[in-house]
Design a protein around this ligand. Sequence first.
Ligand code: BTN
Length: 323
Amino acid sequence: MKCKVLALLRSQQGPVSGEEISLQLGVSRTAVWKHIQTLKEEGYEIISQPGTGYLLKEVPDLLLPGELAYFLSDSIFGQNIEYYRTLQSTNEQAKAAADQGAPEGTLVVAESQEEGKGRLGRQWFSPEGSGIYATVVLRPPLKPEQAPGFTLMAAAALAQAVQQVTGMAPGIKWPNDLLLAGKKFCGILTEMKAEMDRIHYLVIGTGINVNMDPQLFPAEFRDTATSIKKELGQEVSRIRLLSAYLKSMETLYRIYLEQGLSPIIEEWKAWSITLGQSVTLTSGHEVFRGRAIDIAGNGGLVVLGDNGEQKIFHSGEVTLRNK
Ligand code: BTN
């Protein structure tokens, strides 16, 4: 109901009375007043004018469910949103929610993370208000060996969304790092609960450096990381970017379930900056040098080694070598 009150305020050019809102939404005026108070507490600037009514003046720069709902009204993803000012990790919270039965498309989003998790046990720098830290719960009726495809799917969806919102075309470094000007601005961490022949759920967590100033990054990332703001030269609406990403992901998810991984791989390849490149692939203790030549049918990276041996990798870290 709070979201409906907000939507009604948004749709008005001028002030709207409490009575009008209560009539249109079929709730009491007291309930309307309470929802308005909650919206104000969340940071919406709503002017209450005696005699004329309520006027929405300013929307906060926060990833609030009411804001996301506005952009995602015809989507399934994001219909159920858990919003936090801060969390340890949106992936951890999404797994807890999924264990409790959270439906497919549930979104867990936070303004900051205290222990944001990266791939391969790393940390994800998650300061307040300038990045996107969001995790989606999926329940695909598939087998665990098909899970890596969802990581490629998420990376392709994000590349589409970034181009749509910023006009810049990012590159994807296998499996799912997004780069602008050769530096990483986004990472995806997919985690899964499964039995041998069935996925229970997947959580796809995405961290995006949106409006950060890279000088504020921890020293160890400063040379290799960037943000959208840095590369674009201006700030970007996090709400627009996150909702565009969720919409793209929903479309690609349907395609994956209906047509299999091939069309997802084709979309991924359109954004790839890995294929055709000389790479060093580090997987566990193995360091393999060669040329990335293709994506296998299950999403693995096919590398033709400098020693002539061809290998398919399903996990690991790619370093692009400029030869
Ligand atoms: C990477 O190492 O590239 C993956 C980074 C993934 C970070 C995101 S932020 C939202 C979600 N919650 C987490 O704890 N991690 C992911």
